[in-house]
Design a binder for this molecule. Sequence first.
Ligand code: 6PG
Length: 472
Amino acid sequence: MAEGQFGVAGLGVMGQMVALNIERNGFPVVAYNRGAEKADRMRELSTGKNVQVTQSIGEFASLLAKPRKVLIMVTAGKGTDAVISDLRGVLEEGDIIIDGGNAHFPDTNRRQEELSGTGLHFIGCGISGGEKGALLGPSIMPGGDKQAYRLVEPVLTKIAAQTDYGPCCTYVGAGSAGHYVKMVHNGIEYGIMQILCEAYDVMRKSLGMPAAEIQQVFAKWTETEISGFLVEISATCLAKSDGLTGKPLVELILDTAGQKGTGKWTAQTSLDLGVPTPTLSMAVQARILSGLKSQRVEAARILRGPQASAAGDRGAMVSALFDAVYLGIVTSYAQGMALIQGASQEYEYGVNLSEVARIWKAGCIIRSRLLDPIRQAYESNPGLVNLLVDDRFSAVANRTVDGLRTIVKLAAETGVPATCLGASLAYVDSYRSEFLPANLLQAQRDLFGAHTYRRLDRSGVFHTEWEDQQVM
Ligand code: 6PG
């Protein structure tokens, strides 16, 4: 068999699919997994293909052409460190390790640091698209060692999803930029998913719509400018009937959401960097709240909601809901892009936001028609401070904000939690406010802590004795 051009270490479903994708694109693969079960499954899947499967790390290295290129596809965390440590025993100077997991970016920085001086190159690489994407063409976000990237670029760009604007893979930036961008991708994913869930909730609870009608609304949205993978799969989920009861399957699913950490890390880094991402952060809070099922069941008996039920003209409300979802999705992208921009400055990643939008256009979970105008916005103005003030998107925001306001109001009146829709509206309203009430906040801080304040009408730093007598 031909010498392996690319190694894949870790043969869970994602690893298997990426290995098959690489082979299908003409690069002989060596696939490694220590455990027999996954290795055997890979052997089955790759029968007759240019894939050699091994359970020995030594053999893995010996079957690969030099400089060796190894893509690690294991669940992020300790497993990644274990594989890197095994690889260090068998790889040689000039070889390249690519971590394709959802690593937390500080771990990527640490791994880079640990490998520096060993002669091994390290690329932290976000990969999005789930099982199907991994097989047919994911969105790939590599960062780190740029010289090493040039050596793996022909393979990564070939296995990525392809668009009219090129492959969905580009070198996103220095250091941990690849994993940072992937983390924010997931943060945006959380925001959009929660916005769509709230739209579903408003339709079923505030508007009293039956499941089939709600499904039709989502299906219609797939024909509009907000169409994208997450809108499409929502329509698909809502169309599925339960084999046992005949009811819509979604209605039978426990309302408690899981999470693996990338959304939480996005919220954490936004606090660290001081970049506001309320929609993305509240999506994490909404998942946490969903986890309090037993408390919620109890509280439902104790706490009172509003009496109001379904409001006025349903057609008008569904059309307002479209606008609300539209602006909720746009604010999710706007916050995510602003966060990447902030991180790129802070960590000197050198990220090109139009390129990020370009490689998210296909293959990944947040792919959407909106990514074309988002790419254009950052292409024509690379320093754009916020997507909402781009000409095209400010027009969108101004056109849709009344709908968002109507829906947030409807949700409040009918007692339906519009966690992310509300956060999106507050974000837009805050961002467009020349004056926020932080003047009072500064006065409060100055009163109890002499933290000082600045004035609108003159320069300098001021402190006032706010009370005649000291209170404490
Ligand atoms: C992707 C997905 C992928 C995965 C997330 C889901 O881009 O392919 O984002 O990374 O589905 O891990 O995250 P949660 O389990 O936290 O929802």
